[in-house]
Design a protein around this ligand. Sequence first.
Ligand SMILES: [Zn+2]
Length: 221
Amino acid sequence: MRRLFALVLCFCMACPVYARAEKYVALTFDDGPSGRFTRTLLQGLEQRGVKATFLLCGYRLEQYPREGQQIFQAGHEIGLHGYSHASMADMDRKTLEREIREDLALLPQGCSPVFLRPPGGKWSDTLLSVAREQGLGILSWSVDPRDWACEDADQICQAVVRTAQDGDVILLHDMSDSSVEAALAIVDELKAQGFTFVTATQLARLKGVTIEPGEVYTRFS
Ligand SMILES: [Zn+2]
């Protein structure tokens, strides 16, 4: 019996799948859809079996309705990022309601978003109140490699890989070749480290967090 126990223990220690705890992160992409960048990103995520969360702008959905549909059909989570991408921090209630309503109207049919991410990650009490009324949680982030300010995919990737922890929400943009390349490299490197990629709502569920309208979420743990 003791020998059997020792054997099982050796097996567990030798096999990293059994030895390590599960680690989950959510990739989130702002500012899309973006034509060919979105198409390349969707292809790369599908090849890797990864589902992500896309925070979409209304004016981009007008430009790229087909890519918006493709995001939805591929089974990714879709959230709101406002119609115009103007900062929501100083908007009055009426303008906020219009930004949300017009963004919602352009989302693929059947899409019922759980999250709103205000542009720039800035919000006011008025926005929290409107989000509460509209049944939307506010999705912020916990890892920001500032990909919009950097064209070096490897640098963006390493900034995330160095800091990512279980429960993190990673901010990226569906806007450039370097961001898309970095996103796919992040998936490859973190998967090799034992991370599993899930959508933001899946991450919340896995961590036992119930999304409350008008509440702000930066990570789930
Ligand atoms: Zn944005």
